[in-house]
Design a protein around this ligand. Structure first.
Ligand SMILES: *Cc1c(COP(=O)(O)O)cnc(C)c1O
Length: 238
């Protein structure tokens, strides 16, 4: 088997192991393969091994891949599940139209203006854009994401937008090699999600965990993990 296939299998085993450790069903943990910096060939290789959800950070780069792979899993390959594209990077307002046109999910909503622009740009023929609110958990040095104290208000407002479907919360905590510290960050996002649900806003997704910390995220309730390096290898610098 090729390297990507071997790596995918290893990541799935790690997911299953972490889920069993805490009594969760591994099927409740979705895997997003983060393909940024890798080409359409790498995405196609992972897809051939059954991986269908892919994460991207840079709009231009992603749209090239999405366009190149648009024919995959269509009538010629009916057994493959269609590709599902997740935007996980910082969002500039002049990129919202392209994101709304090409992606299925957006994980990195951190202000209402961006959400409004995405909703306005989402075409009527497409399913609502599935979105998560990115929360800045634990560390001021990482600037992406809304402060935890502002997440409920933003969730309420996003839930009202007609062409978006609010699914949950996402976080990228500052990297820590310490398992206990990793768990503390992810536990904060889980608690915040529970508070928002208690306040009456429906959401179920916890998008958290990357190559270095996804086991801790799963133990704290992640329903989507975003894994790049452990599947595709080290990225070249942009
Ligand atoms: C790059 C990236 C990932 C994947 O990181 P790895 O450490 O390569 O697994 C996940 N989430 C976000 C938001 C990223 O930017």
């Amino acid at each position: 088997m090729d390297t990507i296939g071997v790596n995918l299998q290893a990541v799935k085993q790690r997911i299953a192991h972490a889920a069993k450790l805490c009594g969760r069903d591994p099927a409740d943990v979705g895997l997003i393969a983060v393909s940024k910096a890798f080409g359409a060939d790498a995405v196609a290789a992972a897809h051939a091994h059954g991986q269908y959800a892919f994460g991207e950070n840079y709009v231009q780069e992603a749209v090239e891949k999405i366009t190149a792979l648009a024919g995959v899993a269509s009538p010629e390959a009916p057994l493959l599940r269609p590709l599902e594209w997740h935007f996980i990077g910082p969002i500039q307002s002049n990129k919202t139209r392209l994101i709304a046109e090409h992606f299925d999910w957006v994980h990195s909503i951190d202000r209402l203006k961006i959400a409004e622009r995405l909703s306005a740009a989402r075409l009527a023929g497409l399913a609502p854009l599935q979105v998560c609110i990115q929360v800045n958990i634990g560390d001021e040095r990482t600037k992406s994401g809304v402060a935890a104290g502002e997440a409920l208000a933003l969730a309420r407002a996003v839930a009202e937008l007609p062409r978006l479907k609010l699914r949950g919360l996402m976080t990228v905590p500052s990297a820590s090699a310490d398992y206990a510290q990793q768990r503390r960050y992810f536990a904060q996002l889980r608690q915040l999600k529970n508070e928002i649900v208690s306040a009456g806003v429906a959401l179920g997704t916890l998008s958290m965990g990357m190559s270095g910390d996804f086991e801790a995220a799963i133990v704290e309730g992640a329903t989507l993990v975003r894994v790049g390096t452990a599947i595709f290898g080290e990225r070249k610098k942009y």
